[in-house]
Design a protein around this ligand. Sequence first.
Ligand SMILES: *Cc1c(COP(=O)(O)O)cnc(C)c1O
Length: 367
Amino acid sequence: MNREIFYENLIKTNQPFIEDYKRSFSKTLDSGWFILGENVSYFEKEFADYLGGNFCAGVASGLDALVIALQVCGFPKGSEIIVPSNTYIATILAIVNQGLKPVLVEPDIHTYNIDPALIEEKITVNTRAIMPVHLYGKCCDMDRILPLAQRHNLKVIEDCAQAHGAAINGKKAGNFGDFGAFSFYPTKNLGALGDGGALCMKNSEDYEKAKAIRNYGSRIKYYNEVIGVNSRLDEIQAGFLRIKLRHLDQINEHKRKLAKIYLAKLNDQFIKPVNQPCFFDVFHIFNIRLNHRDQLKSFLLEKNIHCEIHYPVSPNKQEAMKGIIDHIETPISEKIHNTTLSLPISFGHTEEDIHIVCDVMNKFPLI
Ligand SMILES: *Cc1c(COP(=O)(O)O)cnc(C)c1O
């Protein structure tokens, strides 16, 4: 029997950084400054530089980054926001949370990202923004989405929660639209040791607004200009993120190397992610598709290999969304939700781990 291979082991993933984390924690502890201190300021600057963008505001989570982006835009209640039908629920929650209406657009069955060809037919006089989600660590087809947005005068808010460092022709996710929302949830490619997020943007007025909103609507202490929230990136987490950011390219390259093994070695019964020459994918998730997905998942678990499903239920079929999302059929999303399986791929996995997973998978189904 092969050794146990977990989907993700955050102890292993963070192992190389532990000594630096400890030093950073001690330094913050000794400073006595825990909210919006120098780690947050430096991280915001370093992350904006990394992305090649202009401004970055640290916030408490990826969901909050999306919510604050929409709040900065200040669309009238009930405005329609275009979003992929197979996204993680958080993208849709952000829209609903702001009193706006999610309008679902189906993904492309090969890239799993929003299908640009299906966007225009969903645009109405009430549409105000498109929220492309760079799912699994692959950028959406921004060369087709941006001109569409421009033609219809729509804002573009990128959900980059799975795409830290992902790029098209060297241009990084978070830089294409008006806003890029990032999550630093511990399992993300740039993961903290708790919750965290960031909102990146092009416009300096938007940046000032976002910074006020995250801090009770206040820029000067005890003077409140807008209705804000408490959603600040934690100073201790920002210290950890500064350390990890310096290794993000190495983390992404490691995951790309593991993905290459899967792509080369898995047999053709599995539908593998597409590889497009100009796209730099960072494989937050490495998924395959198979009609007998559930049997494969059990088969792998019997052999000590843990997988996940991203995601088992599409947003429009979620209990919480009853009466909120128009009832529409989303056959392409359904197909993905019913057949997708996410394989182990993290900074803590070795090439040998991936070879074991491939060898076992290629024996499926046992006859
Ligand atoms: C993780 C994730 C989010 C939410 O980020 P949190 O930090 O957990 O709030 C949003 N969108 C997508 C696509 C995600 O994967």
